[in-house]
Ligand binder design. Structure first.
Ligand code: NAP
Length: 481
C-alpha cells in the first residue's frame, strides 16, 4: 500500500517511472515524426528535448532519487556544453557537429557497458551479448565519428596507404579478432572487454578514414544509426526499456536517412563504405576540362531580364550557405513578388552539405514554406519558367548527370534548370562543386554566369531592381513622382 501521506516514505516513487517512460517514448516518436516537415521541425525538436528531460526524471524516480545530485550535475553540464557548442557552430559546420554528438552517444554506450560489466549481476548470456554489442558498436561509432568530424573540418586527410586494397584485409582481420574477443567475453572472460574496446576503436578509424569527404555526410548518417544500436544494446545492459526503444528509433531513422541520401547521390551504400576516397578525389582531369563559349553578365543585365519575367525559380546551393546570403535572397524575391512575379525555390535533396540544409537556410530568412518545391515536383515546371537563378549550386544542376554516361555524376537525379528560358548562375568562378567535375550548364546558350560572392551579387541585384522601379509600392512611386 502506498502511503502518500508520509513525506519520508518515498517507496511509491519508482512506481510512477513507467508512465513517465511511456510519455517520453510517445513524445520522442512524435518529435521524430515532426522533424520530417520544415513547418513542424522546431516544435518537434523541443518535444524531443522534453521527452529526454522526462526520461531523466523517470530514471531518477525509478531509483528512488538515489544519486540525484550526480545525475543532475551530469544533465546540467551536458546541457550547458550542448548549448554552447550548438550556438558557436556555423550553419555550414552542422554535419561536423552531428558527427561529434553521435560520437558522444557511442562513447556513452561503451562506458555504460564497461561499468555494467563490473557488476556481479551481469552474468546471463543476454546481458553479456548486450555488453559486447554495446562496446563494439559504441567504440566504432565514437572513433569513426571523430574521424568523420576531423575530415569534414579539414583537420585530417586520408593518407595514401589507407587507400590500398590491403586495408580491407586489415579491417577484416580487426573485425574478426573483435568478434572472437566478443565470443570470449560471452563465455565468461570479462578480461577480454578492454582489448575488445580497443579493437572497436581501431575498427572505427580503419573503416572511416579511407572514405572521401563527399561521402562523409552519408557516413555520419550511418554512424548516427550505429549510435542508436549501441544505445539500444546499452538499454538491455541496464534494463531500461526506454533506452531500448529510443535507441531502436534512432537506429532505424539513421538507416532510413542513409538510404535516402545514397539514392539522392546515386551511390550505393557498399560503394560509399568500401569505395575509398571517391567524390572530389574521383574526378579525372577530363572531368575538369576547359570551358568554351561561356557568357557572363552583370547584376544590372540580370535585373533587366527579371523585370520582364513572370515566373522565376531560385536554386539555392552550398555557396548560398557559405555566403550567408539567405536574407539578401529573400529581399530580391520580395521585390519580384511585389512586381507580380511568381517566385519559387527549387530544393534538391542533397543541395548543401547536410539533408535539409537549404530548407533550414531559407527558413532562417522566413521564406514561406509553400514556396519551397522539391526536385520531383519542380522539374516538370522548368520548361514554363522564364528565369532560373542558380545561387552557389553546382553539382545539383549539372546536366551531365543526365546526358554523359562517362561522368561520375551520371545517374544522380538533378534539377533540369537548363530547360528554362534563361538561366543565371551566381558563383565566384568556373570552379567545380563538391564532386570536383566540370558543369556543362555553364556552356549552355541560355546560361549567363554572374561571377561574385552570392551575397554581394544579390545585394547588387536588389539595388538594380529598385533602380528599375521593380517592387516599388504605389506609395514609393507616389514619392518619386
Ligand atoms: P556544390 O556542388 O558543392 O557547389 C557549390 C558551389 O558554390 C561551388 O561550385 C562554389 O563555386 C560556389 N560557392 C562557394 N562559395 C560561394 C560564395 N560565397 N558565393 C557564391 N558561390 C559560392 O553544391 P551543391 O550544388 O549544393 O551540391 C551539393 C554537393 O554536396 C553534391 O555533390 C552532393 O552530393 C554533396 N553532398 C551533399 C550532402 C547533403 O546532405 N546535402 C551530403 C553529402 C554530399 P565557386 O568556388 O566558383 O564560387
Amino acid at each position: 500500500m502506498i502511503n502518500i501521506n508520509s513525506f519520508n516514505d518515498l517507496s511509491w516513487l519508482p512506481l510512477i517511472h513507467a508512465p513517465l517512460d511511456l510519455a517520453a517514448v510517445l513524445l520522442l516518436a512524435l518529435g521524430i515524426k515532426g522533424l520530417g516537415k520544415v513547418r513542424s521541425a522546431r516544435a518537434a525538436n523541443r518535444l524531443a528535448a522534453l521527452a529526454l528531460a522526462i526520461a531523466v526524471l523517470g530514471l531518477l524516480l525509478q531509483q528512488g532519487l538515489q544519486g540525484w545530485p550526480w545525475l543532475l550535475a551530469g544533465a546540467v553540464a551536458g546541457s550547458l556544453l550542448g548549448v554552447l557548442v550548438a550556438q558557436k557552430a556555423a550553419m555550414t559546420a552542422m554535419p561536423q557537429l552531428v558527427a561529434l554528438f553521435n560520437g558522444c552517444g557511442g562513447m556513452a554506450s561503451l562506458l555504460v557497458a564497461l561499468a555494467a560489466a563490473a557488476l556481479p549481476t551481469q552474468t546471463g548470456l543476454l546481458a553479456l551479448v548486450s555488453i559486447v554489442v554495446s562496446v563494439l558498436v559504441g567504440g566504432i561509432t565514437f572513433s569513426g565519428s571523430l574521424v568523420a568530424m576531423a575530415k569534414l573540418q579539414e583537420w585530417l586527410q586520408t593518407p595514401a596507404w589507407m587507400l590500398q586494397p590491403a586495408r580491407h584485409w586489415v579491417n577484416g582481420l580487426t573485425a574478426a579478432s573483435a568478434l572472437a574477443l566478443g565470443w570470449w567475453v560471452c563465455s565468461g572472460h570479462s578480461i577480454a572487454l578492454l582489448p575488445l574496446a580497443l579493437l572497436s576503436l581501431l575498427l572505427g578509424v580503419g573503416l572511416t578514414l579511407p572514405i572521401g569527404g563527399a561521402d562523409m555526410p552519408v557516413v555520419i548518417s550511418l554512424l548516427n544509426s550505429y549510435s542508436g544500436v549501441a544505445a539500444a544494446a546499452a538499454g538491455f545492459v541496464v534494463g531500461s526499456e526506454l533506452l531500448i526503444v529510443a535507441g531502436a528509433m534512432v537506429g532505424t531513422a539513421g538507416l532510413i536517412l542513409t538510404q535516402v541520401m545514397c539514392n539522392a547521390m546515386n551511390r550505393s551504400l557498399t560503394s560509399v563504405l568500401f569505395g575509398g576516397a571517391l567524390g572530389g578525389a574521383s574526378a579525372t582531369s577530363a572531368d575538369q576540362g576547359e570551358y568554351s563559349g561561356v557568357t557572363s553578365c552583370s547584376p544590372e543585365e540580370c535585373a533587366m531580364t527579371l523585370e520582364q519575367a513572370q515566373r522565376v525559380v531560385f536554386v539555392p546551393g552550398y555557396g548560398l550557405a557559405v555566403a550567408q546570403a539567405q536574407h539578401s535572397l529573400k529581399e530580391v524575391a520580395q521585390l519580384l513578388e511585389r512586381h507580380g512575379v511568381e517566385v519559387s525555390y527549387a530544393i534538391h535533396p542533397v543541395a548543401g552539405r547536410m539533408p535539409g540544409h537549404m530548407n533550414v537556410l531559407l527558413a532562417e530568412a522566413d521564406v514561406p514554406y509553400d514556396q519551397l518545391i522539391e526536385m520531383e515536383a519542380i522539374n516538370p515546371d522548368f520548361p514554363r519558367t522564364d528565369v532560373v537563378i542558380v545561387l552557389g549550386a553546382n553539382d545539383v544542376v549539372n546536366p551531365q548527370a543526365r546526358t554523359d554516361a562517362s561522368s561520375p555524376l551520371f545517374g544522380m537525379p538533378v534539377l533540369h534548370v537548363e530547360e528554362a528560358a534563361t538561366v543565371f548562375v551566381v558563383k565566384r568562378s568556373l570552379g567545380a562543386g563538391y564532386a570536383g567535375i566540370r558543369n556543362s550548364l555553364f556552356e549552355c546558350p541560355n546560361t549567363s554566369m554572374i561571377f561574385g560572392d552570392a551575397k554581394q551579387v544579390l545585394n547588387g541585384l536588389a539595388q538594380e531592381l529598385r533602380e528599375l522601379g521593380v517592387g516599388k509600392t504605389t506609395k514609393d512611386l507616389a514619392k518619386v513622382a
